[in-house]
Design a protein around this ligand. Structure first.
Ligand SMILES: [Zn+2]
Length: 144
């Protein structure tokens, strides 16, 4: 039985324990396969590409690009402590994996370069969220 999305992300097990411990230090961990060198997120006990269990946890750059986004207007998951309207996005990290996350600014459009920050949740470990990368051109603008 599950009692909500909030409890799913709050659960730790041997596979996710180091991710949440790192989150408490403001560092975004992803996994890298020693066999095929591919990165993946979220933490898993094996590589999704080659099924190797030789997996390293490495710090991500924290940089990425908004792949997709939407605005949520319903209070569909009150356990997340997000009051609508809020922005939900898929962010593609520079290393390749895509994360389902929140955007901290409506200025973040599809294609916008973003960087990770952390939304605190009291005693719970913080969750990664993304905001505009300072100095990056906005989506749709060409660098001159
Ligand atoms: Zn692999």
């Amino acid at each position: 039985m599950t009692d909500g999305i909030g409890n799913i992300v709050d659960r730790t097990d041997p596979t996710t324990e180091s991710f949440w411990a790192s989150a408490r230090k403001g560092k975004l961990l992803i996994q890298r396969c020693r066999t095929c060198s591919r990165y993946q997120f979220y933490p898993r006990p094996f590589c999704l590409v080659c099924e190797s269990d030789e997996i390293d946890e490495v710090p991500a750059s924290g940089l990425g690009t908004v792949y997709s986004r939407t605005t949520v207007h319903l209070d569909a998951a009150p356990e997340l402590d997000l009051r609508p309207p809020y922005l939900v996005a898929i962010v593609e990290l520079d290393e390749g994996p895509r994360l389902l996350s929140n955007l901290t600014s409506d200025a973040c459009r599809i294609g916008t370069r973003v960087q990770v920050s952390w939304r605190s949740r009291g005693e719970q470990p913080p969750v990664p969220v993304f905001g505009p990368l300072p100095g990056a051109p906005e989506a749709g603008q060409r660098a001159s």
